[in-house]
Design a protein around this ligand. Structure first.
Ligand SMILES: NC(=O)C1=CN([C@@H]2O[C@H](COP(=O)(O)OP(=O)(O)OC[C@H]3O[C@@H](n4cnc5c(N)ncnc54)[C@H](O)[C@@H]3O)[C@@H](O)[C@H]2O)C=CC1
Ligand SMILES: CC(=O)C(=O)O
Ligand SMILES: [Mg+2]
Length: 467
């Protein structure tokens, strides 16, 4: 169960209540006091901040129980998750200080003018003389934010800032969040093209399907920097990495297993494509209306494309029907769609990747009773399958070799690189995918991206360590 951490400031009347009473009440309500800070201490009363870890559903009960404790005055309750967001999560910093007029005349006018002229004469110098070399835009219109859906551009910002932090911390990439107040496909394309000169790559994020497909395709055709829709391809890459390792555990072959993918939106379409590229022969894509079948007719062009692939099964049915006998379930839809019985109806030694965020398609505790391997998109269970394993190293590599685009071979190479970080000796049901804190991941993905970009002719520069 997800943990939440709250900080409660309380005043204790020493005649009526002891700290032991407070601790007992918190524990009874399901909380765990992890630290105590004395803010003020007096003879009659004291003020303390207590940090309490609790299951996400216990928080209200803990606060209510403390409020009802005689001799306690509850001064404030703050949620640590909100506290880490105060003021936003990233800043921009200059690379050198401006200490005097000479510095000023170099970094700014008049000195800067000759640098502008040099770039005007040779635009590729933007890579060496501006931030373009190391800067990526994380762009969303807020229409498919995690599994929360269409929450708009303001509410999308904490996720985009989070992605920017991860880019920087994990791969040294400077990423800037841009949340667009439009959902018009043409306007989004125009806006991204207009802001693109300063960026070395574009990470599209949480833009709902099917608009995301056209936006990405058009930008790829019309710009010469890599455009990568993270929810499509980052997710597909990390899923295939996890699947390759999970199949080793259950001793099944990718070209034999029957795979149900639920939620044929941005992530689902891309997952289906990469599965087909990887040799899957029995695929059941499912969306709200049930299975998308071979030979069916669909308005959505990507669904129609799937319906024309012979590896897609012919049998229609609801998710609960088609999941029966499946070897693998991959959910990128929304939380709480399946129960333990549904998972039990799968083939023996089943693999379940319930990746909807923040709530998985099936309760992990329920699923664990019936599966051989379980993964979720969350950090509070083993096997976190999340695109954060992909985008930092992928863009590190793409920027370093100035890739024009990210092609299919580069994605498959990145997937194999992630899978290979878990050695055969380490591999087990609880460890099919490396942690995002495993410092081998980003270098492995970068290497795979650079090597494959060079091999497939999309690299415009050979990084020194590849010469
Ligand atoms: N763990 C990870 O790394 C990632 C997880 N996700 C999660 O996957 C989910 C989908 O994300 P996107 O593809 O970006 O969104 P999207 O909005 O493009 O696609 C969602 C799809 O799910 C379908 N859907 C909704 N309810 C359904 C139901 N009851 N049964 C079957 N299909 C249903 C929708 O019709 C849509 O086609 C979200 O929960 C998101 O958090 C997405 C990207 C990465
Ligand atoms: C992880 C991610 O990108 C998502 O859930 O949308
Ligand atoms: Mg996303």
């Amino acid at each position: 169960m997800a943990q939440t951490s709250i900080i409660v400031r309380l005043e204790l009347d020493h005649d009526t209540v002891s700290f032991g009473d407070v601790a007992a009440v918190v524990s009874k309500a399901g909380g765990d006091i992890t630290s105590i800070d004395v803010i003020r201490s007096g003879k009659e009363s004291s003020i303390r901040d207590i940090t309490v870890d609790a299951g996400e559903h216990s928080e209200a009960l803990i606060v209510e129980s403390l409020k009802n404790l005689i001799g306690i005055k509850l001064i404030n309750v703050s949620d640590r998750t909100f506290l880490v967001h105060l003021g936003g999560k990233i800043v921009i910093q200059p690379t050198l200080p401006i200490k005097n007029r000479e510095d000023l005349s170099q970094v700014y006018t008049p000195g800067v003018a000759k640098v502008c002229k040099a770039i005007h004469e040779n635009p590729s110098k933007a890579y060496s003389l501006t931030i373009k070399r190391n800067t990526v835009a994380v762009i969303s219109d807020g229409t498919a934010v995690l599994g929360l859906g269409d929450v708009g551009p303001y509410a999308a910002a904490p996720v985009m800032e989070g992605k920017a932090m991860l880019f920087k911390q994990l791969a040294g990439v400077d990423a800037f969040p841009l949340c667009l107040d439009t959902r018009d496909t043409e306007e989004i394309i125009r806006t991204i093209k207009a802001v693109s000169p300063i960026f070395g790559g574009i990470n599209l994020e949480d833009i709902s399907s099917p608009r995301c497909f056209e936006i990405e395709q058009r930008l790829t055709e019309e710009l010469d920097i890599p455009i990568f829709h993270d929810d499509q391809h980052g997710t597909a890459v990390v899923v295939i990495a996890g699947l390759l390792n999970a199949l080793k555990i259950v001793n099944k072959r990718i070209n034999h297993v029957r795979i149900v993918v639920n939620g044929i939106g941005a992530a689902g379409v891309s997952i289906c494509k990469i599965l087909l590229d990887a040799g899957v022969t029995r695929l059941v894509p499912v969306d709200k209306e049930g299975a998308i079948v071979y030979g069916g007719e669909y308005e959505q062009p990507m669904w129609q494309w799937l319906a024309e692939q012979p590896q897609v099964e012919r049998e229609s049915g609801s998710l609960k029907e088609v999941i029966r006998g499946a070897d693998v379930f991959i959910g990128v839809s929304r939380g709480g769609l399946l129960n333990g019985d549904d998972v039990q109806s799968m083939n023996e030694k089943s693999i379940v990747f319930a990746l909807a965020n923040p709530e998985p398609e099936v309760n992990p505790e329920e699923a664990l009773k019936h599966v051989a391997v379980l993964a979720t998109g969350r950090s509070d269970y083993p096997n976190q399958i999340n695109n954060v394993l992909v985008f930092p190293g992928l863009f590190r590599g793409a920027l370093d070799c100035r890739a024009k685009r990210i092609n299919e071979p580069m994605k498959l190479a990145a997937a194999r690189a992630i899978a290979s970080v878990v050695s055969d000796i380490e591999l087990n049901e609880q460890y099919i995918i490396p942690s995002i804190f495993n410092d081998k991941v980003v270098p492995a993905v970068r290497k795979a991206i650079v090597e494959t970009a060079i091999l497939t002719g999309v690299a415009r520069r050979i990084p020194p360590d590849f010469r």
